[in-house]
Ligand binder design. Sequence first.
Ligand SMILES: Nc1ncnc2c1ncn2[C@@H]1O[C@H](COP(=O)(O)OP(=O)(O)OP(=O)(O)O)[C@@H](O)[C@H]1O
Length: 231
Amino acid sequence: MTSRLLRAQNLTWTPPEHTSPLWKNVNFELHPGECVALSGESGSGKSTLLRALVALLGTDRGEVYCGELLLSPETVLAFRRRVLYLHQRPAPLAKTLDDELRLARHYASRNIPALTRPLSEDQQLALLERLGLSHIPLNRTFERLSPGEQQRFGLVRALTLQPPVLLLDEPTASLDSRSTERVEVLIHELLNDHPERAILIVTHHTEQRRRLTSRTLNIARWQPTPTPTDP
Ligand SMILES: Nc1ncnc2c1ncn2[C@@H]1O[C@H](COP(=O)(O)OP(=O)(O)OP(=O)(O)O)[C@@H](O)[C@H]1O
């Protein structure tokens, strides 16, 4: 049995119509219980890397494993049940918020039996309360929420599926300090209660990195090695 929950090997991606890669030979591992930051300048490729880790973006080469499961066209659905990517601006998946919660429970109930049980409706409502969203009527549509509310609601939807690995793309980017603290407390508790899981989080905030994460993976735009020139 491996203690590596997520492993990326030699991941390389060249954006369409580009001749050189944006990131090249990216290698890292996530271990159970870890919350790791993914850091780098704006445009360095953090979001694209997260997307590649769940095959929402096709790489030139490289492999991604969750435990022993290799990400491939044949395993992608099983893989995404284990590794969940939460977009910075989550998209609506159903008509009303109530439908969103029900749909998340439905997806979660179809999860592979070896994974933990999905959140119940009461647990979802408790999470909404903890994230300061309980005042919002559940017959409202997702589009009518503010960006910060959408981010927090997206987190509740994601947590319903109880994924072993959570990839969070700037989950507090649209939040005030109180809401940011609520999200951070939740992340802390999640890993305390489930040390078998792991989180990779993109954040630009040094303080947030210090509060939440044990180490940082840095990504930079790949630069070709300059060819030596004659004097
Ligand atoms: N599907 C795509 N096709 C081509 N180029 C893309 C695609 N997606 C992203 N890019 C480009 O790849 C680069 C990296 O984008 P990415 O969103 O990964 O950066 P980032 O590090 O997350 O930036 P930020 O910190 O500003 O969110 C950008 O120049 C972006 O325009």
